[in-house]
Each structure stands twice: as C-alpha cells, then as structure tokens.
Design a protein around this ligand. Structure first.
Ligand code: ZN
Length: 241
C-alpha cells in the first residue's frame, strides 16, 4: 500500500509525535496544518491508515501509529535525511536547499539505494540540520541538546540542531554564522529585551528569543571546549517557562 500520500501521513504523524510524550495521540488539526490539507481530508485518510493497520484513530483524540506505522515512518525519515546529507555532501547543496529536493526523492529511492548511500557517506548519524538519521533497523540516536534561548551569559556552546527548516530562516542563521557545528559564546540573555546576544567567530550576533528557541546547542562550562560534555548544571536554573 505505501503510496506517496500514506508515506507523508505516517512521516508527519511520527514527527509530531516525537515532540510529545510517548503515547500521546496526534490531533487531526496538527496533521492538517502540517500537510496543508483540511481536517476532513485528514479524518478520511486516518480511516484508511487504520484499515491498513498503520495507525489507530479515535475521533476527537487523534491518531497513534501502530508498530507497522512507526516502522514505515522511520524508513521514510531515514530516506529523507540520508538524501539530504547526500545532496549536501556530494553536490554541496546548502542546508536551505536540501529539504525540498529530499521531499520528492524520499518516495522514489529504493531501500537498496538508501543503504548504499548510507555506506558511501560512512553511516552518518545526523542530517544537515542536525536531525538524527534513523538506522537501518529503525532505531534513532538520542541527541543531547537544548535551545540556545535557555543559555546564560558566559556559556559557550556549539550549534548541533535546528528545528525550524524554513529556507529563509536557515539562510538568516547562515548570515549570522549560526551554522551546524559553529561554536559561540553567550554575551547576554535578557528575556525582557526579547533577544540573546552571542559572539560567533569574533562577531557579535543578536537573535530574537523566538528564533533562539529553534536553535539547539550543546553546552560546555566557560573556558572549556564545547565538545567536552559537562553535566548540565545550567539546565535546572534555565527553565523559565
Ligand atoms: Zn528535511
């Protein structure tokens, strides 16, 4: 059955579910929004998915992927993220260009091609946005990262993931030097001003806190290399709600 539409639905449900506590049903409204279709269209499709045993669906609650649905979703996400990485590395496409291409290619690439690409790239763990690439067995590595918006003055960090992949937003981040793996230091974080100020490669960069929520960073104690993972002392005091 896996048609393009079915693949897009299970992928979308899995991506939304990943941001919520396990076992939380994904509402039809959220799915409709993500796929730019009407809630009625989503309801119809969820019935199809439940008949195919890919999801369970309860009216007014939403959808939960079954084991088979989750497995299919991980396959599609694996194809998507490996293709993005492949395009970035072999054709030097930038991180704001790869998503759109991968959206089309993810439905066409065979498992065999994807496994070859995986091996060719040396089994990478993340895509060009820092999103984890599901392994061939469907498992996913955990990524230790927290929003830049929660970091305090004096903290050094490294950009490890960007969760908004709007091309214009990504290009803006590139202009600011906030690219994947870039290291920086927080100069000031004043929620009342709505902005965080950092230095990136010796240059001062101000970013709105809403944007800084979407840039995930790994942290290190001041004066240490951000690759040395320190226990997250900053984590508990950083929760501002
Ligand atoms: Zn993408």
């Amino acid at each position: 059955m896996p048609s393009l539409t079915v693949e897009n639905y299970v992928k979308t449900i899995a991506l939304i579910a990943a941001a919520n506590p396990p076992g939380t049903a994904v509402g039809t409204g959220l799915i409709a929004q993500a796929l730019h279709v009407s809630p009625g269209t989503v309801t119809g499709m969820l019935k199809t998915l439940s008949e195919a045993n890919l999801a369970t669906y309860a009216p007014y609650e939403g959808a939960l992927l079954t084991e088979a649905g989750q497995r299919l979703a991980m396959k599609v996400i694996r194809r998507h993220r490996l293709l993005e990485r492949f395009l970035a590395e072999t054709l030097t496409m930038t991180w704001d260009e790869v998503h759109e291409e991968a959206e089309h290619m993810e439905h066409a690439a065979s498992e065999r091609l994807i496994d070859r690409i995986d091996a060719f790239l040396g089994y990478p763990s993340v895509d060009p946005h820092g999103d984890p690439i599901p392994r061939a067995d469907g498992s996913l590595a955990a990524i230790e990262a927290a929003p830049l918006a929660l970091r305090q003055a004096g903290e050094r960090f490294r950009v490890v993931r960007v969760i908004d992949q709007d091309p214009a937003f990504l290009r803006y981040l590139s202009e600011c030097g906030l690219e994947l793996d870039a290291a920086g230091e927080v100069v000031a974080n004043r929620p009342e001003s709505g902005a965080i100020v950092c230095t990136m490669a010796g240059r001062s960069v101000a970013l709105g806190l809403a944007a800084a929520e979407k840039v995930l960073v790994s942290i290190a104690a001041p004066g240490r290399d951000p690759d040395d993972h320190e226990p997250r002392a900053a984590e508990s005091r950083a929760k501002r709600g």
